[in-house]
Design a protein around this ligand. Structure first.
Ligand code: NAD
Length: 445
């Protein structure tokens, strides 16, 4: 295992800082403390848990507001987006805790009581692309369900994770929320340790490994995994609105977003116009470090991910994709926004999650073919259709956990954030989401 986890500025590779990586013994010690904390916390009523969490967030709020700059420096997104993530976290914690209150109350039905009781110790393992929001979304339902949490943030964003932890854990009971730093190696140790539930947001590949390692003790799993989201543009769609959505969704967070639009299928009758709109919009994007004026596409998180995106673009162009905007070569740390057309199923970019600022357009003559290609993926996180007549029927046939008709996927507030197929199972958000973090128990008296 590594001795220290180093943090780098993704826009130039310079070191920003470091944190100590947890050893196996450290993780053992943390788990023992988490067990003791969970025993005390499970006896706390739901109402008191809510009050404790609300107070912790209220006390933390002024300090949390200061985290946006560190978030930008370490992850690379511009300050407007970091501020929005910080605000969403400040707002989202107490909001989710409040919505869990109703969801987790016992219910009498059929002559029995249905209870939602704590599982014990939870491992929360989170990614770097929304390092605060993704962790918060898993932690809050976990704590409200009466579990203690051991959080392993991504090795790419340890500083912002530590800063968030330092602020928030002070308002919570001792050892209820603990942090361990490390990469996949510490992640594996945690998964194989004596935790009762694993809440994971990250890639499909890691999800598979976690599932295999959790199998011997049949640990509960909540898996929010990757996506390769399709979009279908029908011939009667509002083409400008569709193009605006397609570009914004493909380039958001430099394309490093699980519900980024990765594959677009457009009716050939309107394809030329649609491609023109897309190309014109792509030209308006400005690439650069988080503190550059007017920037809206930041750096790519690391060299491995940067190379993967370039390989995907090269592979597509070698297989005859048309490069409508952007270049094949890209500067270090950044990807110039790229628009490709005439995609085929043999291309890696069509099959794999690219996680970069690339728009991929394919034309279709037959709507049935477009639906088949949209569904021809192991992923099933989000899917979107733009169109009028028949758009809802198309939406009904898309294989994804979240579908958008003439808009993006997901809803605000109390709706689940949920993947279908190999984009995950178990989920957060909504009453059903809160139930994933508790043991359902039926008591017949
Ligand atoms: P990742 O899977 O590489 O890493 C995620 C976390 O898992 C990190 O903390 C990492 O250290 C840890 N990890 C790595 N290997 C592990 C192992 N074998 N056992 C246990 N833990 C391990 O993912 P990433 O690169 O950090 O994040 C990007 C991925 O996350 C993309 O696929 C994206 O689509 C997905 N994502 C999904 C959602 C969603 O809500 N569905 C949200 C955000 C990101």
């Amino acid at each position: 295992m590594k001795q220290n986890i180093f943090s780098f500025d993704p826009s130039n590779g310079e070191k920003l800082g470091e944190v100590p990586a947890a050893s196996s013994q450290d993780i053992d010690g943390v788990i023992q403390k988490a067990k003791a904390a969970s025993k005390a916390w499970r006896r706390v009523s739901l109402e008191e848990r809510l009050v404790t969490i609300q107070k912790a967030y209220a006390a933390a709020e002024p300090a949390l507001h200061n985290l946006a700059e560190l978030l930008s420096k370490e992850m690379g997104k511009d300050i407007r987006r970091s501020t929005s993530e910080v605000q969403g976290t400040i707002w989202g914690g107490p909001y989710m805790a409040n919505s869990a209150l109703e969801a987790l109350r016992s219910k009498n039905t059929g002559g029995a009581t249905i209870e939602y009781v704590p599982l014990g110790v939870a491992a929360i393992i989170s990614p770097w692309n929304y390092p605060l929001a993704m962790a918060n979304n898993l932690m809050m339902p976990t704590l409200m369900a009466g579990n203690s949490v051991v959080w392993k943030p991504s090795e790419e964003t340890p500083l912002i994770a530590q800063a968030f932890f330092d602020i928030i854990h002070k308002g919570l009971p001792r050892d209820l929320l603990q942090i361990v730093h490390g990469d996949g190696s510490q992640g594996k140790t945690l998964v194989e340790s004596d935790v009762n539930i694993i809440g994971f947001t990250g890639s499909q590949a890691t999800g598979r490994d976690i599932m295999a390692k959790a199998a011997p003790s049949l640990k509960r799993l909540v898996m929010e995994l990757g996506g390769n989201d399709p979009m279908i543009v029908m011939k009667d769609a509002d083409l400008q609105a569709a193009a605006r959505f397609a570009v914004a969704s493909s380039f958001e967070n430099a394309g490093q977003m699980c519900i980024s639009t990765e594959r677009i299928y457009v009716d050939e009758e309107v394809a030329e116009q649609f491609e023109q709109y897309i190309t014109a919009l792509a030209a308006q994007y400005k690439v650069g470090p988080w503190d550059m004026d007017g920037v809206n596409i930041g750096p790519i998180i690391n060299a491995k991910q940067h190379s993967k995106i370039i390989e995907h673009i090269k592979d597509a162009v070698e297989k005859n994709a048309r490069l409508l905007h952007g270049t094949i070569e890209h500067p270090d740390h950044f990807i110039t926004p790229t628009v490709l057309a005439d995609m085929t199923t043999e291309m890696r970019i069509e099959q794999e999650e690219t996680f970069g600022p690339v728009v991929c357009v394919s034309r279709f003559a037959d709507l049935e073919d477009a639906i088949s290609r949209a569904n021809d993926s192991t992923y099933g996180l989000g899917a979107v259709v733009f169109g009028n007549a028949g758009a809802h029927e198309v939406a009904d046939r898309l294989e994804a956990g979240m579908i958008g008709v003439n808009q993006g996927v997901g809803g605000g507030g109390d709706v689940p954030w949920v993947g279908a197929k190999q984009s995950g199972f178990g989920f957060h958000g909504s009453a059903e989401g809160h139930h994933q973090f508790a043991q359902v128990r039926v008591v017949s008296r």
